[in-house]
Design a binder for this molecule. Sequence first.
Ligand SMILES: [Zn+2]
Ligand SMILES: [Zn+2]
Length: 137
Amino acid sequence: MSTVHRGSCLCGGVRYEYRGEIGLFTLCHCSQCRKAQGSAFVAVVPVAEDGFSLLQGADLLKSYTSSPGKERVFCGVCGSPLYSRHVGKPGVLRLRAGTLDTPVGRRPDAHIFVASKADWYEPSDGVAQFAERPETH
Ligand SMILES: [Zn+2]
Ligand SMILES: [Zn+2]
């Protein structure tokens, strides 16, 4: 039994579906993620690429290589960040949880790169915090 997750970008041009398990659910406070989202952190649910399908809008996707081997994929019309991928982790898409239209069904597992966080935000949700990455990340 696998859960079906569905999501979309702000303009609705890109729609996707994911069938499978969700990995370590992280909130990343690194400076690149803060800039990419325009916010205090990015909420990421890692998913298996083979369970992920674009239902529409594949032609709207654009990507930006923010560091060697790391590509950030977004909607070219509305700018919604959708997922990132890294050549070092083949088969995994790091989906932006804020684009999901269906419930994730669980709380985040960890705040990561808290050492780089914005000075105006203090995580106080009881979720584990890591200065950089947890060992398993
Ligand atoms: Zn869009
Ligand atoms: Zn980050």
